[in-house]
Design a protein around this ligand. Structure first.
Ligand SMILES: [Zn+2]
Length: 132
């Protein structure tokens, strides 16, 4: 099965199978689950989320798409416009993957919050003349 990339500004309410809709404006992508179950799969694009690569043969999304919240629990990669099915993940691997993804996201968020907090304290200290 192949997936084609289609640039859109806003996500259409009805998605066609075999198309990866990408809105760079909103930093997100959506497609219908490659197993054919009809579930919409959202993949936010960003450094802590999915990375999209446009290749001459089609889009590549990394990391893989793991639909463990969906009834079909499908897991696949989109590589150069081609759907590559992954082996069925054991529960343990799913949990580990989920924890790792969360960790990555939390790290990212903590980093952002830390930067903001740092800025705040710095400003506060400067206000009271403890820092310059
Ligand atoms: Zn599915």
């Amino acid at each position: 099965m192949r997936i084609e990339l289609k640039h859109v500004e806003h996500m259409p309410s009805r998605l066609d199978p075999g198309i990866l809709y990408v809105s760079l404006e909103f930093g997100t992508a959506q497609h219908l689950c490659a197993c054919g179950c009809g579930s919409k799969v959202r993949t936010p694009l960003g450094t802590a989320e999915w990375q999209l690569q446009e290749t001459p043969r089609g889009p590549t999304l990394s990391p893989s798409i793991g639909n463990w919240q969906k009834p079909c629990r499908s897991h696949y990669w989109i590589l150069q416009g081609e759907v590559r099915w992954a082996e069925d993940w054991s529960e343990a691997k799913v949990a580990a993957g989920r924890a790792r993804d969360h960790g990555r996201l939390e790290e990212h968020m903590a980093g952002e919050a830390g930067k903001r907090r740092g800025g705040f304290w710095h400003r506060l200290l400067r206000l009271f003349g403890f820092s310059n």
